[in-house]
Design a binder for this molecule. Structure first.
Ligand SMILES: NC(=O)NCCC[C@H](N)C(=O)O
Length: 415
């Protein structure tokens, strides 16, 4: 059994996008990516079949770039394995994986077989089963009783689905000040991810005492839609993933918890290219965003505030241009915009390749994919230091440095 690591520094959470990054949760791509095939990649939300060894090299270089700037890197699978050393955690994850919606297609004999497979597995093996999934042919040969499920389902059909999008740790939890929000993912291929993040935050000693909000069973909210524009000001994209009801629920919770005073609900097109707000806009300084110019002039925001301090009733203002509403809520004169690319075609290409999806390590210091040369050059012209990373394979899941990271501790921004 793996002993849980001792509680080190309790996470302080984050109240901005650009405060000095101290600790971050990543997921090194692993065997779950080996499960992608040309027949299932669309359903599993990948645009192609990544070369896994190269994706791991790219990811290791990303993690090393963070460590070189004194950022602590936590790995999701390590935390999960440590969590699974606890019998209560194993029991909880076995139930959520094999019963309810996730286990709906199993039938009793297969469920019982998988239950005993999970029960016999070491924490490392269980982590593997939970992330890489279990295919029918991996069960069919071992199961003793006759079952229609293993007989009729195709060999390559997953009985426990693989989770290739674990790579994008941004989406499955988000820290709001010292509280962590367990999100609720909209796409069926990703729903189980938050069962795992919820398990880690609930059971791992490192997070003992951390307050949690939201939950995987509530209205859809994805972390890629949540931008901490300034302390107390949160923008929430509402589109393909986060629903209006999700944004509304999150607003109520952050107001009730004293975590924010304004939430800006930002409608974004319900398309794959703009699946999250952080695919079109991320912060690179306390008053600067890198933004997709083709939508910059039409993006709007509805400012949501509590009707009275402490009241669960909300006041929803009329929509305003996003940059105007954001600057007003942040109490600054202007939220400056740096465009992705100089012309609409370069902008569209680089937006698609996650040129907007940057991860700030501090004000004016950001990590970006090297391939987005136009955008990176513009960032540097504006005084932003860009740490370039390779992402030819990582990018096949359509996510950049921000999507691949969940900040667990950031310093407050210097006053
Ligand atoms: N915040 C993000 O934009 N995350 C990227 C998620 C990509 C993943 N393949 C998905 O479609 O959900």
């Amino acid at each position: 059994m793996v002993a849980p690591s001792p509680t080190s520094t309790p996470p302080s959470g984050a109240d901005s996008e650009v405060g000095r990054l101290r600790s971050v949760l990543l997921h090194r791509p692993g065997p779950e990516l080996q499960r992608l095939t040309p027949r299932n990649n669309d359903r599993l939300l990948f645009d192609g079949i990544p070369w896994v060894a190269r994706a791991q090299e790219e990811h290791d270089a990303f993690a090393e770039a963070l460590r070189a700037r004194d950022v602590e890197v936590l790995y999701l699978t390590e935390l999960l394995t440590e969590t699974l050393a606890q019998p209560a955690a194993r029991a909880a994850v076995t139930d959520t994986t094999l019963t309810g919606m996730s286990g709906r297609d199993l039938g009793d004999p297969v469920r019982a077989y998988l239950r005993s497979m999970f029960g016999d597995a070491s924490p490392e093996e269980l982590t593997y089963l939970l992330t890489a999934g279990v295919r029918n042919d991996e069960v069919r040969s071992g199961i003793a009783t006759g079952t229609l499920v293993t007989s009729l389902l195709a060999e390559e059909r997953f009985l426990v689905a693989p989770l290739p999008n674990l790579l994008f740790t941004r989406d499955s939890s988000v820290w709001l000040r010292d509280r962590v929000a367990i999100t609720s993912l909209a796409m069926p291929a990703r729903r189980r991810e938050t069962q795992l993040t919820e398990l880690i935050y609930h059971f791992h000693p490192r997070f003992a005492g951390t307050g949690r909000i939201h939950g995987h069973h509530l209205e859809h909210v994805e972390g890629g839609d949540v931008l901490l524009l300034a302390p107390g000001v949160i923008a929430v994209g509402v589109g393909e993933r986060t629903t209006p009801a999700g944004a509304e629920r999150l607003a109520r919770q952050v107001f009730a918890g004293g975590l924010a005073t304004t939430v800006l609900a930002v409608p974004i097109a319900q398309e794959r290219a703009t699946m999250h707000l952080d695919t079109v806009c991320t912060m690179v300084d306390v008053d600067k965003v890198v933004m997709y110019p083709n939508i910059a002039d039409t993006l709007t925001a509805y400012a949501v505030t509590p009707r009275e301090p402490g009241s669960p009733e909300l006041e929803v203002a009329a929509p305003e241009p996003f940059l105007v509403a954001a600057a007003k809520a942040m109490q600054i004169d202007t939220l400056h915009r740096i465009d992705t690319g100089l012309d609409p075609v370069t902008a569209e290409r680089e937006q698609w390749d996650d040129g907007n999806n940057t991860l700030a390590l501090a004000p004016r210091l950001t990590v970006a994919y090297e391939r987005n040369e136009g955008t990176n050059a513009r960032l540097e012209e504006e005084g932003i230091e860009v740490i370039r990373i390779a992402g030819s394979e990582l990018g096949s899941g359509r996510g950049g440095p921000r999507c691949m990271s969940c900040p667990v501790s950031r310093d407050p921004i210097p006053g």
